[in-house]
Design a protein around this ligand. Structure first.
Ligand code: ADP
Ligand code: MG
Length: 231
């Protein structure tokens, strides 16, 4: 699937909107954080210090998300370093394993070559893998009554590229969805952002790679990510 000039314009605009929204959200979060700190001794006296701890942790998490999002949506060039792409992928799988089980799916990982070196922005590429796995889990979650979920992740060499497959047996997509998948803000989910794939697409393109999708409605989806190898 080729990205059109139209989508590129929308992405550039998205980067700008994201930066200003993030800024506007961060300020109130900082002031909430400060006031909770001030209330902490009082909460302690009430035996409710645990509440303060939870609020602070959640504020920090929200800040992290904004930071991650800004990081992946700003149009800057990636900060590349040479890494074994297999170990990076493994790290993200380990992060997702318990979440996958909770959502009714199991992750199977097969590495035909985990010694492949790529030159990547580690944070950005992890974000791509995470977005793909999240989508797979969510596609399975929606039909988990019907069958048990399975996510197959495969890494192998394809010529001068590392090929990473994320395949699920979730709800799949019809052609209308497949055509709009990479559009910023396109989502079929109630609480979706529609940004995961738009951002992933841009990250992969910035790395000189590509993404291919095949999907069948009601059966599942197969995403393939190609990243150029360092020879
Ligand atoms: P979000 O997950 O917030 O909806 P994404 O950009 O990650 O945004 O995905 C856009 C849409 O593409 C999703 O709403 C869903 O309809 C579809 N999609 C993406 N991945 C899958 C998948 N593995 N299986 C089925 N549909 C998917
Ligand atoms: Mg998503």
């Amino acid at each position: 699937i080729e990205q059109t000039a139209y989508q590129n314009d929308k992405l550039a605009m998205l980067g700008k909107i994201a930066a200003s929204i993030a800024h506007e959200i961060r300020n109130p979060l900082t002031s909430i954080r400060g006031f909770i700190q001030l209330l902490r001794p009082h909460l302690f006296q009430l035996g409710k210090e645990e509440y303060a701890r939870i609020i602070l942790a959640e504020i920090d998490r929200a800040n992290d998300i904004i930071y991650e999002f800004l990081n992946s949506s700003k149009p800057s060039a990636p900060m590349k370093q040479n890494v074994h792409i297999g170990s990076l992928l493994k790290e993200v799988i380990m992060l997702c394993e318990s979440e996958a089980l909770m959502k009714g799916s199991e992750i199977q990982y097969e590495a035909y070559d985990d010694q492949m070196t790529t030159s990547v922005d580690v944070k950005q590429v992890k974000q791509v893998f995470l977005n793909m796995m999240r989508n797979a889990m969510e596609a399975i979650e929606e039909i988990s009554e019907e069958r048990s979920g399975r996510i197959d992740i495969v890494i192998r060499r394809d010529g001068s590229y590392a090929e990473i497959t994320v395949r699920d047996n979730g709800k799949g997509m019809d052609h209308t969805v497949q055509n709009r998948l990479f559009d910023p803000f396109f989502t079929t989910k109630e609480a979706g952002t529609g940004l995961g794939l738009a951002v992933s697409y841009r990250i992969v393109r910035n790395h000189g790679g590509s993404i291919r999708v095949t999907s069948s409605s009601g059966e599942g989806t197969d995403f393939k990510i190609y990243l150029p190898l360092v020879e």
